[in-house]
Design a protein around this ligand. Structure first.
Ligand code: E4P
Length: 217
């Protein structure tokens, strides 16, 4: 399963890259706004920094506008995937862009039927927002599992990108269901590596080592 970081914060991306486990980045308009930087500056920097796929989101609500923005976004690099919200105009744009060989990540998805349409239109990725469903007492991972089943049933090439995850268990469940990608905020990357027994275990080893004044050299 690929690990994407869900952010537009370059410092977080550099840190995750240094761990050797980062496969790509997903941004959205809110993430970019939060940086307080100009979009073009942030997008350019992220696309150069990250060897894997970088999702950059469109903001138009009509197909012609989305396609025009997509043509501009792909100039940032060969790794750009155009993030497009699921809606009728979005589907038209996804289809047109797929015909041109431009990859899209269909976003703000909350149902398996939306995901089915995105795959039929030729999306490269589908992003169900599992945590936002959980936030309103629905089961987000159940929707992700339905998408996995439908895509497998029909051999769709669209990659399941589990998004809006809220905790490490979401990441584990995504891996168990065979999701292609999980995108997460930096704090979840950090939570994944942590375990209290690991901290205790390391401390015990070091205490025993120091107590006998041992040395590797
Ligand atoms: C996904 O691509 C979105 O950017 C993101 O996962 C939204 O998640 P949030 O609910 O944490 O904002």
């Amino acid at each position: 399963m690929k690990f994407f970081l869900d952010t537009a914060d370059v410092a977080e991306i550099k840190e995750a890259l240094s761990w050797g486990i980062l496969d790509g980045v997903t941004t959205n308009p809110s993430h970019v706004a939060k940086t307080g930087r100009k979009f073009r500056e942030v997008a350019g920097e992220i696309c150069k920094l990250v060897p894997g796929d970088v999702s950059l989101e469109t903001v138009s609500l009509d197909a012609a506008g989305i396609v025009k923005e997509a043509h501009e976004l792909v100039k940032f690099g060969r790794n750009v995937v155009v993030k497009i919200p699921i809606m009728k105009e979005g589907l038209k744009a996804v289809k047109q862009l797929a015909d041109e060989g431009i990859r899209s990540n269909v976003t703000v998805c909350f149902s398996a039927s939306q995901a089915l349409l995105a795959a039929k239109a030729g999306a490269a990725y589908i992003s169900p927002f599992v945590g936002r469903l959980d936030d309103i007492s629905h089961d987000g991972m159940e929707v992700a599992q339905q998408i996995r089943t439908i895509y497998t049933n029909y051999g769709f090439k669209t990659q399941l990108l589990v998004a809006a995850v809220r905790h490490p268990l979401h990441v584990l469940q995504a891996a168990l269901m065979g999701a292609d990608v999980t995108t997460m905020r930096f704090n979840i990357f950090e939570q994944l590596v942590q375990h209290p027994l690991t901290d205790i275990g390391i401390k015990m080893f070091l205490d025993d080592w120091k107590a006998k004044n041992l040395s590797i050299w």
